[in-house]
Every structure is written in C-alpha cells, then in structure tokens.
Design a protein around this ligand. Structure first.
Ligand code: IPM
Ligand code: MN
Length: 350
C-alpha cells in the first residue's frame, strides 16, 4: 500500500495534479497495486491567509509517506522567493532530496523547435545536484544600500555532496543502459574551486565504472550542444544552478514545459515528483494547461516506487497521446482541454 502525499499548490498546479491522479487511479487498477492519497495545502493562497509555508512539523508528517506528488508553487500576490524557499526548496532540503532527475525526451518531432531533430536524437537525462551549490543560500550584503554595496552569493560544494550526486549519476547511467556515457557539465575554466572539486571527484568515481564512457563539457558549450547536437548526450551530471538553467532549455527542445517532468530524489528516503513548469497564473481555471508533464511525473513516481511496469505504461500512454492526438503541447493549442488530455491518457492505459 503506497501512501502518496499530494501538494496541488498554486495556479494550474491543482488542475494538472487532478489529471495525474486520474491516470494514477487507472494505472493502479490495471497493474494491481494499492495506494491512498492525502492532500496538503502548501500554497500561496494558504500563505496569504495564514503566513505559513512548510514547517518542521509538516516535514515530519510528510516523512510518513511513500512519495510526494507536487503540482506547482508560485502565486502572483506573493513576493518572489518566499514560496520557493518556504515550500519547494524547504522540502528538497529538509527531505534531503539531493538528486533532481530531469529526463529530456522528444516524443514527437512535430513538437521540436530544432530543425531535423527526431525522437532518437533527443533522449537524455540531466542529473542535477539538488541540495548544495548556489541554492544553499550562503552569502551576505556589505554596505547594503550604499554606493559601496557588495552582494556576495556563495556556491557551497562538499566532497560528500558532490560525490553522492556523481555516484548516483554513474549508477543511473549504468541502469539506463543506453549509450552508457556520462557527461560532467561544469565551468572548470573559471569557477576554479567548485569545479576543481567536481572534476577530481568525477575522475575518481569514474574508476569504479569502467563500463561508462565519460566526457566533460563547459555549461555554456552544453547549451550550444543542446541545440546543435543533442544526440551527443546520454546522462549529464551538473550542479544545482547549472542544472536549473540547462533543464529549462532541455524542456524546450523536448517540446516545452507542457511535457517536462522531474523527480526530486532521495535514494534512501522520500522523493517528490513534479511537472517542472511553474503555476502559470494566466492559464489558471481555463482548462487549457497541458497535464502531460504532471502525468509523466506520476510515471516517474511509479518507477521510483518499484512499479516499473506501471511507470513505463504511463510513459507509453503519454507517448501515444503526444504522437497521435495532440496538435501542440502548448497551453491552449493542444486541440483538447486539460481534462480531455487526461482522459486520452487514461484510455490508453486501460
Ligand atoms: C525548478 C524551479 C525552482 C528552482 C524554483 C521555483 C525555486 O525553477 O524546479 O527548476 O530554481 O529549482
Ligand atoms: Mn528551474
């Protein structure tokens, strides 16, 4: 019996989560597993009412669950940074979800903005470090508000943190068993402390994985290759900030935010799955947002729970719908409403 904590969140989060849960229900029937869900209202609306985000009691409660399914955080009336730090980053850090796994997979050439690229060319995974780096929030102001102001923002990288992330990336690359190539994406030519540690650790860990080819690309060059030669990549490992940036570009080459999902993974604990797009306030309540990313997140969640067949079935259903039904993956242009797209996926699963 799986216990799924559901955080619909803000904006279109609840709409896409509803479709994901519909697909989860159909999948559970077909693949015969049992689960229960409980909703948690960690949202901008709740923050505006109560001033609360996620506290340590909430975290303790969430630890009783098998996985977390998240819609989106972000509210137009809440100052940027509060919900991000108070909900999303709080959960990632407090639950030590130190890997952010973001598959970049093109399901239909028609949805790719790149010329002459096909599904076999765009099929890689970014393993983003999810607990350190610039996201650690270390730094300070000096002489704040004066003409001599200095703002310092520190990238914090521990040997243990870097090594566990790199090790996971090698393991994942081996398990994925495709091209068996792991690319370290960094900036060794300028950020000579952080990326020296990353490079040394990468080289050392690589010795334990002689079956995996290794490669290095600077982050700026990586963005160029994403556009020019995405077929070069199999698995990419990078730090928190670079991972954040390159996975938005990754989402675009796979067809847009409407299809991009990710997992915040604690391999030894509780993981959280989410569509990587935001709360899209302007589409809220219009029934036009694409739920496929949220549905893909359900697929990833099932795989991580050990329901690999069910997870694959969800992905395959999404592929079929994306290939044979939708006119576009963009909000308002799919040719179907949010609910209809959910129904199409459910029909494929049955
Ligand atoms: C993401 C988002 C978050 C991040 C924000 C909302 C804090 O952009 O999941 O990629 O920067 O990690
Ligand atoms: Mn991001």
């Amino acid at each position: 019996m799986y216990r799924i904590a559901v955080i619909p969140g803000d904006g279109t989060g609840p709409e896409v989560v509803a479709e994901g849960l519909k697909v989860l229900e159909a999948t559970a029937k077909k693949y015969k597993f049992e689960y229960e869900t409980k909703g948690f209202d960690f949202s901008g609306a709740r923050y505006l009412k109560t001033g609360k985000t996620v506290d340590d009691n909430d975290v303790a409660e969430l630890k009783k669950y098998s996985a977390i399914y998240l819609g989106a955080v972000g509210h137009p009336d809440v100052k940027p940074g509060i919900l991000e730090a108070g909900v999303l980053l709080k959960l990632r850090f407090a639950l030590d979800q130190y890997i952010n796994l973001r598959p970049v997979k093109l399901y239909n050439s028609a949805f790719c903005p790149l010329k002459d690229k096909n599904p076999e060319d765009i099929d890689f995974v970014v393993v983003r470090e999810n607990s350190e780096g610039l996201y650690k929030g270390l730094g300070e102001f000096q002489n704040k508000g004066t003409k001599d102001e200095v703002a310092i923002q520190v990238s914090y990288n521990t040997r243990k943190g870097v090594e566990r992330c790199i090790r996971c990336a090698f393991e994942f690359c081996r398990k994925r068993n495709k091209r068996k190539k792991l690319t370290l994406c960094g900036k060794t030519n300028v950020l000579t402390f952080a990326w020296d540690l990353w490079q040394r650790t990468f080289n050392e860990v690589a010795k334990d994985y002689p079956d995996i080819k290794t490669d290095y690309a600077h982050v700026d060059a990586t963005t160029m290759w994403f556009v020019k030669n995405p077929e070069w990549f199999d698995v990419i490992v990078t730090d928190n900030m670079f991972g954040d940036i390159i996975t938005d570009l990754g989402a675009m080459i796979q067809g847009g935010m409407g299809i991009a999902a990710g997992g915040n993974i604690n391999p030894e604990g509780i993981s959280m799955f989410e569509p990587i797009g935001g709360s899209a306030p302007k589409y809220t309540g219009q029934h036009v947002i694409n739920p496929l990313a949220a549905i893909c997140a359900v697929g990833m969640m099932l795989e991580s729970l050990g329901e690999e067949k069910a997870g694959k079935a969800v992905e395959n259903a999404v592929i079929t719908v994306a290939q044979t039904k939708l006119k576009s993956l963009a909000a308002g242009k799919m040719g179907y409403s949010t609910e209809e797209v959910g129904d199409l996926v459910v029909k494929e699963i049955k």
